[in-house]
Design a binder for this molecule. Structure first.
Ligand SMILES: Nc1ncnc2c1ncn2[C@@H]1O[C@H](COP(=O)(O)OP(=O)(O)OP(=O)(O)O)[C@@H](O)[C@H]1O
Length: 341
């Protein structure tokens, strides 16, 4: 477990002070994939760099598995850092070393024998899917492959925690998804705790279990990803959620929908969690004498299941039975938008 209490960082330069992180408290459970999201300047990078003391805190305490990182001497910290891997937006690879030599680098520093290094490097290359690229140089790799090298290198000493500083921000959407899938695999296979900072809600939605939203150096909202998606409280959180789900402005179309579809009833179905897997729509149209017309909607997948809204038109002889079934039996929330004339 990672516990952060009253963490602060104040940068002082030329008589000016910037509070990058202010009195921040967080608890991150072992094995979690914990996302920290915020706009540029919110203090995310500083926060993540404080965790392994790449930045020295101005105040507060960080403990990782009951070890007080903030109280460590430089030599204690050097050993503790072997348990904290880190990957970066621009990969930070050694350009004059091959893939295998980049991955071997932290093992050399840790003093492993050549034979042990070679064995471990091969395991890591297999783990991150880089077989065949052992002898390539970073300049010969795609962005996604470079980040795979970064991940393998970060995992070389079998850390318990992996810090990801905007690790997918330099990648295209498809490569981002592949790297995020790899992080989920690693989290499952190795039980590693992942702390990931990003300005993209898509990243949080896809792989995180918990999220903290940062603004002006503070955590302004936090919780399970699904809860934060469903009930964003702060304006900044609402903006991030709208990156994935739209702003809700699409509801302005409701008027044209209700004018165009006058038969039966128009329903807004709100799916939360695994309920989307119930195949509600096909169940209804198979079991009842109704026609169901999907008019609008957005369903998205999170680590805790799928959620979102569907706007449907239901018409036919057994309309009332369908409304009763959804209300009483299905675990979706239903709102009848319009009683058609
Ligand atoms: N070394 C530094 N010296 C002075 N000020 C700094 C330093 N590093 C960061 N800051 C300031 O601290 C604040 C937080 O910066 P930080 O880089 O942590 O934000 P961020 O949320 O990661 O944003 P970005 O994604 O743009 O990097 C900013 O106002 C920044 O200018």
């Amino acid at each position: 477990m990672i516990s952060i209490e009253g963490l602060s960082k104040i940068f002082t330069s030329n008589n000016s002070k910037t509070t990058a992180v202010e009195n921040l408290d967080l608890r991150i459970e072992e094995g979690d994939i914990f996302g920290v999201i915020g706009y540029s300047g919110a203090g995310k990078s500083t926060f993540v760099r404080l965790l392994n003391r790449l930045e020295e805190p101005s105040g507060g305490r960080i403990t990782i598995n009951n070890e007080d990182i903030t109280a460590m001497t430089t030599s204690q910290l050097r050993i503790a850092r072997q348990d904290i891997g880190m990957i970066f937006q621009h990969f930070n690879l050694l350009w004059s070393r091959t893939v295998e030599d980049n991955i071997a680098f932290p093992l050399e520093i840790a003093g492993l024998s050549k034979a042990k290094r070679q064995r471990r490097v091969q395991e890591l290359i297999d783990l991150v899917g880089l077989s065949g690229k052992e002898k390539a140089y970073p300049s010969q790799l795609s962005g996604g492959q470079k980040q795979r090298v970064g991940i393998a290198r970060a995992l070389a000493n079998k850390p318990k925690v992996l810090l990801c500083d905007e690790a997918t921000s330099a990648l295209d959407p498809e490569t981002t998804n592949a790297i995020l899938d790899l992080l989920v695999d690693i989290n499952k296979q190795l039980g590693l705790t992942i702390i990931l900072i990003t300005h993209e809600m898509h990243v949080i939605r896809k792989i995180c279990k918990h999220v903290a939203v940062m603004e002006k150096g503070k955590v302004v909202e936090q919780g399970e990803v699904m809860d934060v998606f469903l009930h964003p409280r702060q304006d900044v959180t609402k903006k991030f959620v709208s990156q994935v789900m739209g702003s809700g402005e699409e509801d302005e179309d409701m008027e044209s929908i209700t004018e165009a579809y006058t038969e039966g009833r128009i329903l807004r179905l709100h799916f939360i969690g695994e309920t989307t897997n119930q195949s509600l729509i096909s169940q209804l149209s198979k079991n009842y004498d109704v026609d169901i017309n999907i008019l609008q909607g957005k369903i998205t997948q999170t680590q805790a299941g799928a959620y979102g809204n569907l706007i449907v038109q239901v018409a036919g002889a057994e309309l009332q039975e369908v409304l009763k079934f959804i209300e009483e039996k299905a675990s979706v929330e239903m709102e009848v938008i319009q009683h058609a004339k």
